[in-house]
Design a protein around this ligand. Structure first.
Ligand code: PGA
Length: 260
């Protein structure tokens, strides 16, 4: 069976400013300097990417720089958009695509998210494709159906050769920023189902190598239990990523999880 290295991302959303962002990135880099058994990324807001990229590089940190969004277009007359090439230029390695706040608050549809994922991969970035059901969908028993639809639509036309650069983040919308977390059993069932969809879309080998993060109110207190599930390969962390000690504790919990 493929060994999947755990992967934890800190999605800062529209938080921090120049000074507090630099302070947070420094504290994260220091706290995780010797944590080599987990891949770790931070996703600061656009204006601070270049500065934090420089800061991480100058420290020789292995913490990866991520962006929260990317344009589906390579360049041109798209006011307010940011291309994959610009992100790469700022030291960005990976990008979130389809975070629930972009799907449900801003209204980005699956076809656009698929185009963004392809543009990011074509531009040399890795992708964290976020999927997950709303509370209504969960209560209607549609969790697996929604995950399957979003995974298939988001990955449409992405070849198996690009899948080592793709991570899936399963984030039940009702668990994001609410303090409610899926039970480890519910999360594991959703992850296993997503992996079955990946096996069907590609091959069992490809599916076995893709990391599937869990996101939604992950905290130091619940991380170990979630990460001990066989198909949960780390997490995408919002609120708790704004405190370096909490984020570091979550990363260490991922490192300590039983081998995948
Ligand atoms: P949360 O956010 O950890 O604050 O629930 C997770 C996310 O939105 O990625």
């Amino acid at each position: 069976m493929t060994h999947r290295k755990p992967y934890v991302g800190g999605n800062w959303k529209m938080n921090t400013d120049g000074a507090s962002g630099a302070e947070l990135a420094t504290a994260v880099a220091v706290a995780l300097e010797t944590e080599h058994s987990v891949d770790i990324a931070v996703f600061p807001p656009f204006p601070y990417l270049a500065g934090i990229g420089t800061l991480l590089r100058d420290r020789g940190s292995t913490v990866l720089l991520g962006a929260q969004d990317v344009s589906d277009q390579p360049g041109g007359a798209f006011t307010g958009e940011v291309s994959a090439a610009m992100l790469l230029d700022c030291g960005v390695k990976t990008v979130l695509v389809g975070h629930s706040e972009r799907r449900h608050v801003i209204g980005e549809p699956d076809a656009l998210l698929n185009a963004k994922a392809k543009a990011a991969l074509a531009g040399g970035l890795d992708v964290v494709l976020c999927i997950g059901e709303t509370l209504d969908q969960r209560e209607a028993g549609e969790t697996d159906e929604i995950n399957e639809r979003q995974a298939r639509a988001g990955l449409a036309g992405i070849p198996a050769a690009d899948m080592p650069r793709v991570t899936i983040a399963y984030e039940p919308v009702w668990a994001i920023g609410t303090g409610k977390t899926a039970t480890p059993d519910d999360a594991q069932n959703a992850h296993a189902q997503i992996r079955r969809v990946l096996a069907d879309l590609y091959t069992p080998e490809v599916a076995g190598a893709v990391r599937i993060q869990y996101g939604g109110s992950v905290k130091p207190a619940n991380a170990a239990e979630l990460f001990s599930c066989p198909d949960i390969d780390g997490g995408l962390i919002g609120g708790a990523s704004l405190k370096a000690t909490d984020f570091a504790a979550i990363c260490h919990a991922a490192a300590a999880a039983p081998a995948l």
